[in-house]
Design a protein around this ligand. Sequence first.
Ligand code: ADP
Ligand code: MG
Length: 225
Amino acid sequence: MTQTTPTPEATAAAGGPPFSELPLPAATLANLALLGYHTMTPIQAVTLPVALAGHDLLAQAKTGSGKTAAFALPMLQRLGDRGGRVRALVLCPTRELAEQVSGEVRRIGRAIDNLKVLTLCGGAPAKPQRESLAHGADIVVGTPGRILDHLGSGALVLDDVATLVLDEADRMLDMGFYDDIADVAQACPAVRQTLLFSATYPDGIARIAERFLHQPRTVKLIEQH
Ligand code: ADP
Ligand code: MG
């Protein structure tokens, strides 16, 4: 399911502080307002100030809470001078989720000229993906196995990655992606920002966090009924 409009859940959950409180460029704030994003959801309100300040993040929050914007905004802030090299990488468990994330990142990044977001997932031929990579990308969103394939072939270079996002990390572990995630993280520069989002907190997440996050701020959103 591709969501193009805010879900009732997120809209109801928003109502926190306004995005205008954040240190974001005016063009980004204007675009958020156009998207109907005026106030932050609870997870956005707690994670955005921390992530925009550059800290690593270990965030636990349920589906539909607005996690995409929580990592997209810091990731877009850290793109810096874009020269066609991949500056941010988002790992997702499935193709459907990767496509959803790409769409949302493009919408949130509309204020940035010629932003290139590439989706690289299994289940689709690799060759056109390699050709797209050859033309350069600012942000890559994909599933761990296919990202590793492109790393192995040399089509994907992660030397300039400033932000690594692990989205729905618990689901990636359920699908047996622990080693793939580790290999991808090791292919990224040691100095980077890593943002990990997960609905649950199994042992594997603790191990990933210990190995690949640097002094993370931990946020756990308790569900309110
Ligand atoms: P999650 O990744 O936590 O499941 P998403 O990032 O996909 O959640 O967000 C769920 C929906 O809520 C999306 O349709 C998104 O556009 C919308 N949304 C997110 N943040 C806000 C906000 N602050 N205000 C209004 N809508 C929002
Ligand atoms: Mg999500």
